[in-house]
Design a protein around this ligand. Sequence first.
Ligand code: FAQ
Length: 328
Amino acid sequence: MYGGGTIFENIKGTELENEDPGQLAAFEARIDRGEKIEPRDWMPALYRKQLIRMIEQHAHSEIIGALPEGTWITRAPGFKRKMALMAKVQDEVGHAQLLYSAAETLGKPREQMIDDLINGKSKYSNIFNYPAFTWADSCFISWLVDAGAIVNQLANAKGSYGPYCRALDRICAEESFHLKYGHHCVIYLATGTAIQRAMFQEALDRWWAPMMHFFGPSDNISAHTETLMRWKVKMATNDDMRNQFLDMYVPKIWELGFTIPDPNLRKNETTGRWEYTEPDWDEFKRVINGDGPCNKERLAVRRIAEERGRWVREALQSKQNVYVTPLA
Ligand code: FAQ
């Protein structure tokens, strides 16, 4: 069913109108049976387009997501935390590589994806456009942003597109280490001095709104959820993922004695759902469309990285390899 009728009653005037009905029906039957779709299989153009959009945005989010924490590597308190944070940041960049590879299987070259990122054409996660002023901000990202990412990725990993699901299985395994590292860092602050506790509370106050935005617009205004869920690209709605995150992490935050900056946040025991102040979707739209506190800075850093790495890529692609004859 789609918008109240069968797919064939509802495709008129949509991007599916030009698809062959037989192929479309066979494709949907495969999805319904829980089969994985692989790169050489037939798929509707809209499925391909939506997957490229979503996987590409996910890849960009990993690579840009490395930046706010990356600036804390040299300032992390203690050698062990520096090592752990460096490994985490390296993992995030590795996740981007896995995701770019998955998106490439759908036909969009990596160079074009990077161009679209640095030219501001593609989106990436709203949350990485906020500044990490303090060490507690870095701890918030490692614990709670990674927690949110895991909620989303565990769901998407059960989806229909083989290469994306396999990439997500690997990514989730690494993210679970990040989460433990982040939780450990936050417990340290929570059980530390009054200044350390205040530092995390202040981070929580600033990051809560972007964290609520992180799962995407409410279901009633989300543009793509219906199509993506129908084709099992997304396995949970934005509101369901937000609810699951609140269910798992609000009790843990309260347990550590911190206050969540939303007076309306409570679990409705009758519905089993969390109630909260409706996030400011105007701010969300502004940030994802390029006007957040750090958008310009984030893209500027990526442009510099792209420019400085050009000679390496050119050297690797060069056909004029120089062979050194071993000395006799
Ligand atoms: N930020 O119709 P929907 C991480 C856009 S990885 C920016 O609901 P959809 C790891 C959306 O693209 C974090 N834009 O969209 C890490 C669309 O715009 P468009 C990233 C957003 O796709 C941790 C419009 O709003 N994870 O954190 C956001 O059905 C720590 C309408 O929205 C993924 O990308 C947002 N938060 O659902 C790294 C997972 N939300 O394209 C370093 C895969 C929505 O029409 C440190 N993605 N938009 O112009 C997904 O599951 C989905 O794409 C959603 C959005 C759930 C994010």
